[in-house]
Design a binder for this molecule. Structure first.
Ligand SMILES: Cc1cc2nc3c(=O)[nH]c(=O)nc-3n(C[C@H](O)[C@H](O)[C@H](O)COP(=O)(O)OP(=O)(O)OC[C@H]3O[C@@H](n4cnc5c(N)ncnc54)[C@H](O)[C@@H]3O)c2cc1C
Length: 470
């Protein structure tokens, strides 16, 4: 083990990952990348450029299956921060033209204009419908040590197929493992027996009929909750209740004109106006404890730590309580996880949402991402665990560094760089500017309202930290 510059622990990984020292049992085996989201596909681009054999396994029936779930949402970062440099080189060599660098794509545009053409370059090395259910090392459970690093990785898929790999780049994201409704991190009683919609339904588009005229409860205090609430407020005759654990919604409202991210404040100001006008009913101090289905209705009961109960009866529930990484697929590997975030312990202080917004996370790479299990790297949004500050550009630099290490190019692996201005990558003011310019009807902020609400100055400053990227 060694200490990094931040005083945190990193692992000596070099001896296991240079090609010259690849164990005989691993010779000829590919690197397996899990997940064909933007970061998994960027890893594939890096592996291609370095001439390393790989296989990319994607659970969905299309690439970027998780982004497809929020395809109607416009991201905060313009194209210039959304395209990996190596992927761009490969695509341009194939005759692709990059989209307008200043444009803010929707999730669907990210897929159609960038990720799908990129995946096509890799041919049958991308396998769709290939859900990884477990990773181990051939002949080794987590406890057995001697010779462990010489043993190939064993990957089991949902259909029972087993594959071997010399290294694993796990870019499976967190979108498929949302947090529960229950306020203490445990599922609320009865949660598994009622229909709960995940964050960011397409309220004004494909999912409109699910919500129109139905009393909807939105649980959560982040941007996803705010986005869904503003969209629901556009549906006539649709009662809306918003439940948060906090005693007031100051954090979600942000600082209005005083907010460090002006349109984060504007988003909050719109939401606040709806709450104050009575369009949205806000329930504070709401600790979801139990849900009961009663015919078409769902009764949602809160019990706060003092035992005080309150309840609301609704027809739909949207859970916007965030995401957590599913480390269970790697349960037989030796992981060193931060007890709070579930990232590596070396990465945790660099991404702590109490200290950093998306634009202020320092560059990091293979050293911060290494686990005691040589050759296994969780990258992309999964690498951040429960921290909500992840950006695609950060993930691209992660996989550039990891793949350089797998190629034995330690100089490149450790030369980590990230050029993200603190503003201009993750602020919703860009979304508003674009929507005003072209009159977009969808998006994560302003376009959700037919007419912008007037901005007012709000006294309370925004709380530091929190999500800025959805
Ligand atoms: C609404 C929203 C807005 C965002 N806006 C921005 C923004 O403006 N700028 C920015 O930089 N970032 C933004 N982000 C954050 C982040 O960049 C994205 O979440 C990004 O998609 C993360 O990329 P990823 O490749 O790590 O994971 P994902 O995109 O989640 O991809 C993971 C892939 O792995 C697959 N998978 C999952 N489990 C398995 C398995 N067991 N086996 C095989 N495959 C599996 C999934 O199907 C998926 O295709 C936003 C996120 C959200 C939700």
């Amino acid at each position: 083990m060694s200490d990094s510059c931040c005083g945190t622990t990193t692992f000596e990984i070099e001896q296991f990952t240079t090609p010259q020292q690849t164990a005989p049992g691993m010779a000829g085996l590919p690197v397996v990348v899990i997940g064909a989201g933007p970061v998994g596909l960027a890893a594939a681009a890096q592996l291609t450029e370095r001439g390393i054999d790989f296989l990319l396994l994607e659970a969905g029936e299309q690439v970027a299956a998780s982004i497809a779930q929020w395809g109607h949402v416009r991201v905060f970062s313009p194209w210039k921060y959304d395209i990996d440099a190596t992927a761009r080189r490969l695509l341009e060599a194939d005759g692709w033209t990059a989209p307008d660098p200043e444009w803010l794509p929707t999730g669907a545009e990210l897929i159609n204009d960038y990720l799908a053409p990129l995946a096509k370059l890799f041919g049958d090395r991308v396998r769709l419908g290939a859900k990884v259910t477990a990773i181990s090392r051939l002949g080794y459970d987590r406890v057995r040590t001697t010779g462990r690093e010489q043993a190939p990785f064993l990957i089991r898929l949902a259909d029972g197929t087993e594959l071997r790999a010399r290294a694993i780049v796990d870019a499976s994201g967190t979108y498929t493992s949302p947090n529960v409704l229950g306020a203490s991190g445990l599922p609320a009683h009865g949660e598994g027996e009622v229909s709960v919609d995940h964050a960011l339904p397409d309220v004004l588009g494909a999912d409109r009929d699910r919500y129109q005229g139905r009393h909807t409860l939105v649980v959560g205090a982040g941007h996803s909750a705010a986005t869904t609430l503003l969209a629901l407020a556009e549906l006539p005759g649709t009662p809306i209740t918003w439940a948060i654990r906090a005693g007031d919604a100051t954090r979600t409202y942000g600082g209005g004109d005083a907010d460090a991210l002006p349109a984060r404040g504007a988003l909050g100001t719109r939401l606040r106006a709806h709450v104050e006008s009575g369009r949205i009913t806000l329930l504070t101090g709401f600790f979801t404890h139990r849900v009961n289905a009663t015919g078409q209705d769902i009764q949602v009961i809160s019990r706060d730590p003092s035992g005080h109960e309150q309840s609301v009866t609704v027809e739909r529930i949207v859970s916007a309580t965030g995401y957590r990484p599913a480390h269970s697929i790697a349960a037989e590997l030796r992981l060193d996880l931060d007890p709070v975030l579930g990232s590596t312990r070396a990465l945790a202080p660099l991404i702590d949402p109490n200290q950093h917004s998306c634009g202020t996370v320092p560059p990091h790479g293979v050293d911060e991402l290494a686990h005691p299990e040589p050759g296994y790297y969780a990258v992309g949004v999964k690498s951040y665990g429960r921290a909500p500050t992840f950006l695609m550009a950060t993930g691209y630099e992660q996989v550039r560094s990891v793949v350089a290490a797998l190629a034995g190019d330690w100089q490149a692996a450790r030369d980590v760089r990230l050029d993200l201005p603190e503003t201009g990558v993750c602020s919703s003011n860009l979304v508003q500017a674009q929507e005003q310019r072209v009159g977009l009807a969808t998006g994560i902020s302003g376009g959700l309202l037919a007419a912008p609400l007037p901005l007012t100055t709000v006294g309370a400053p925004a709380e530091s930290g929190g999500s800025c990227c959805g």
